[in-house]
Design a protein around this ligand. Structure first.
Ligand code: PLP
Length: 352
């Protein structure tokens, strides 16, 4: 299938109004955006237009019943000025997994890749080049039926916009192990990157932040004794014996950064164990001195260390003055993304 995208260029780029190597996170968007409509069972009217507002009916079903899913990914510009996407097909796979769970249509790979290639090519000048900078790309799909009743929509819109982002200021995180609220239950939609999951997480997160924590460390909905993940990141625990991360299930999001950490760590000969990690086990590792490091992984901030976790009102501090493995993983990711070392995992897809 070849995809014909109609392109309507901006009259004048707004890039000169910004220093793209120093932008506020998530507030500056490139000149263009992509959209395609799903009508009568067919994706049609692929187009790139100037970034801007879109007109929507108050009856738009996504606004009421929440059929809305998204992805987050990045493109990098290396020191030679070459641009490449980081594992974009993984994002497409996950988008379509989320779509299936939310009763939304599958997006063909041709449309996804052509949208990314054309949009990023057009707005290539917006990609910052400094180490830690990237073009953050947000593909998303939502239901567009104008209908009051609760049912799956027949029409959808898939869109992509992008924004330059710079290195996060990575402070260490203090997390609260959640004992009451649940992010994803067995049989629920926790493994879908769907809008409602984030809305439902805001209240418990706000409560944790009022107590001085940065994030909630979610636990399983049934017993609140097994670790799941944090806000928009997966969690890793490193002990003297192995690197542990909660095993995938329908209660947590299968992060692409998580997958990449596992692949890299195994390549380095480390033991990586995906399993249920109980809070008691974590505390025991802490008490016996086996616990070395905890970090979260996600596209936006890559890897961020946890310096403290709290459970049942008691805080457990980690020693941050050690040689952090997470720092070495992060450096290796950067080197691959910036083309400083060979891409031995074939993670990067070039912009052409
Ligand atoms: C997006 C997301 C992640 C991380 O996924 P990446 O592909 O690594 O960015 C983890 N947990 C949740 C809940 C997420 O939404």
């Amino acid at each position: 299938m070849s995809v014909k995208i109609t392109i309507n260029h901006v009259e004048q780029t707004k890039i000169s109004s910004y220093d793209i190597e120093n932008v506020e996170f998530g507030k500056v968007f490139t000149d263009h955006m992509f959209s395609v409509d799903y009508i009568g069972g067919v994706w049609q009217n692929s187009r790139i237009e100037p970034f801007g507002k879109i007109a929507l009916s108050p009856t738009l079903s996504a606004l009421h019943y929440g059929q809305a899913i998204f992805e987050g990914m990045k493109a990098f510009k290396n020191s030679k000025g070459e641009v490449a996407f980081f594992r974009p097909m993984e994002n497409l796979k996950r988008l379509n997994t989320s779509a299936e769970r939310m009763c939304m249509p599958q997006l063909p790979a041709e449309i996804f890749m052509e949208a990314l290639q054309k949009l990023v090519k057009l707005d290539e000048a917006w990609i910052p080049q400094k180490l830690g900078s990237a073009l953050y790309i947000r593909p998303f799909m939502f239901a567009t039926d104008d209908f009051l009743g609760v049912k799956q929509s027949e029409t959808y819109k898939f869109m992509v916009y992008a924004c330059p982002v710079n290195a996060y200021y990575n402070h260490y995180l203090k997390v609260k192990v959640e004992e009451y609220y649940t992010r994803g239950a067995k049989g629920g939609a926790g493994s879908a990157k769907c809008a409602g999951n984030y809305a439902a997480a805001m209240y418990p997160t706000m409560l944790a932040q009022k107590e001085g924590f940065d994030q909630v460390l979610w636990t399983d909905g049934a017993t609140h004794t097994f670790l799941e993940e944090t806000g928009t990141s997966n969690v890793f625990v490193i002990t003297k014996d192995a690197i542990y991360t909660p095993e995938l299930s329908d209660t947590l999001l299968a992060g692409i950064t998580r997958k990449s950490v596992i692949e890299l760590a195994k390549d380095w000969g480390k033991t990586v164990v995906e399993k249920h990690i109980s809070i008691n086990e974590l505390i025991e590792w802490h008490e016996t001195g086996a616990l070395l490091e905890m970090f979260v992984s996600g596209t936006a901030a890559t890897l961020t260390n946890i310096e403290l976790f709290s459970y049942k009102g008691k805080s457990y501090q980690l020693d941050m003055n050690i040689d952090l493995l997470s720092a070495r993983i992060k450096a290796e990711f950067n080197a691959i993304r910036m083309g400083d070392i060979p891409d031995r995992f074939n993670w990067m897809i070039a912009l052409n």
